[in-house]
Design a binder for this molecule. Structure first.
Ligand SMILES: NC(=O)C1=CN([C@@H]2O[C@H](COP(=O)(O)OP(=O)(O)OC[C@H]3O[C@@H](n4cnc5c(N)ncnc54)[C@H](OP(=O)(O)O)[C@@H]3O)[C@@H](O)[C@H]2O)C=CC1
Ligand SMILES: CCCCCCCCCCCCCCCC(=O)OCC(=O)COP(=O)(O)O
Length: 312
């Protein structure tokens, strides 16, 4: 009788262990990979979405490398994060480091990548977040302004990515993230430089995903709609001067904390392409592909209305 019970207990134990293991795998798959202890580089970390990304990745236990052009503003973010570490009692956090460079200057980008690798040995996640916007009429915009926006939004991020990629490929590990925009999927009038730079970004990182996926390096393109940040204030105009206005669309945009939370989720789940926008931009994205003639008509009417408003 004892032997029968003993013989039945072992399979029962193994089945229970199997079920428990399966349950843990399923929970992990839902939650996605952890960023605890991961070296996470965030560009444009001094303000807006980048700063909020720094907060959420820091709280999740990442080793942050915060990048931007202004050393003092980056230090303020570091101090804020270090001070917040005492409030995050459940988990260990790491003091962030900073690297100061201008994405629009190719030589400083390469030096920055060298500095990051020298200090940290490797990069687990690169979040290409920094960017500038533009407001202007193509007819009144100097080509040099179109180039400048491309330098910051396109050539800078791809130069940083390419400088860090060989080390990721060598380790067969890493994750490239880029913050694009709804305007990487549809082009709206009076945003030519910005929309072009974001469309180029989408195309480059889609190619990259296909080319490096087999090394185990995911590429995530995130396309938000309007976010409540200073993006429109810092936007450049056709003559290169600062726009300096908080647009209504930006002011009523998504909370950057929610967008940063979605960025962390996308990293954990290794998502490929994420649109973070309301119904109207989402419909517009589909319309551009499914009914382009209507989309172009709507954009022409939008341009005429905006021009009329300016003329009044
Ligand atoms: N706000 C919005 O509505 C939306 C924003 N996005 C995208 O989100 C990203 C973040 O923008 P957001 O937080 O809104 O705007 P912010 O203006 O608040 O932040 C932009 C960041 O980029 C950095 N930056 C700008 N130019 C350079 C440069 N030449 N070299 C290095 N860093 C630079 C700035 O740092 P510093 O000046 O200190 O160097 C700043 O930290 C951008 O890519 C933007 O296109 C996408 C969709 C909507
Ligand atoms: C049959 C129904 C048709 C409905 C079609 C609606 C078409 C309307 C177009 C909507 C355009 C939305 C644009 C959204 C743009 C956006 O979210 O951009 C995000 C940014 O990057 C903001 O940067 P910016 O510098 O432009 O403030």
């Amino acid at each position: 009788m004892e032997r029968v019970m003993g013989g039945g207990a072992l399979p029962l134990l193994l089945t229970s262990l199997g079920v428990l293991l399966l349950y843990r795998v399923l929970v992990r798959l839902r939650r996605g990979a952890s960023v605890r202890g991961a070296v996470v580089v965030i560009t444009g970390a001094s303000s807006g979405l980048g700063k909020e990304c720094a907060r959420v990745f820091h709280a999740a236990g990442a080793r942050l490398v915060l990048c931007g052009r202004d050393a003092a503003r980056l230090q303020e973010v570091v101090q804020e994060l270090n001070a917040s570490s005492t409030d995050i009692q459940q988990q260990q956090t790491f003091p962030p480091s900073t690297v100061v460079f201008d994405l629009a200057k190719a030589d400083t980008v390469e030096k920055a990548a060298e500095e990051i690798l020298k200090c940290h040995g490797h990069v687990d996640v690169l979040v290409n977040n920094a960017g500038i916007s533009y407001r202007g009429n193509i007819l009144d915009t100097h080509v040099s302004v179109q180039r400048d926006v491309m330098e910051t939004n396109y050539f800078g991020p791809i130069a940083l990515t390419q400088a860090l990629l060989p080390s990721m490929v060598q380790r067969r590990s890493g994750h490239i993230v880029v913050i694009s925009s709804v305007q990487g999927k549809i082009a709206i009038p009076y945003r030519s430089a910005y929309a072009a730079s974001k469309h180029a970004t989408q195309a480059y990182f889609d190619c990259l995903r296909a080319e490096i996926g087999h090394f185990g390096i995911p590429v995530t393109v995130i396309s938000p709609g309007y976010i409540r940040t200073n993006l429109s204030v810092n936007a450049v105009t056709g003559d290169g001067s600062k726009y300096g206005v908080v647009d209504k669309t930006t002011a009523s945009g998504w909370d950057p904390r929610d967008v940063a939370g979605a960025v962390l989720k996308a990293v954990r789940q290794k998502s490929k392409d994420v649109v973070l926008a309301g119904p109207l931009p989402t419909v517009a994205i589909y319309l551009r592909t499914l009914w382009p003639a209507l989309f172009f008509r709507l954009m022409s009417s939008r341009a005429r209305k905006e021009q009329k408003r300016k003329d009044e």
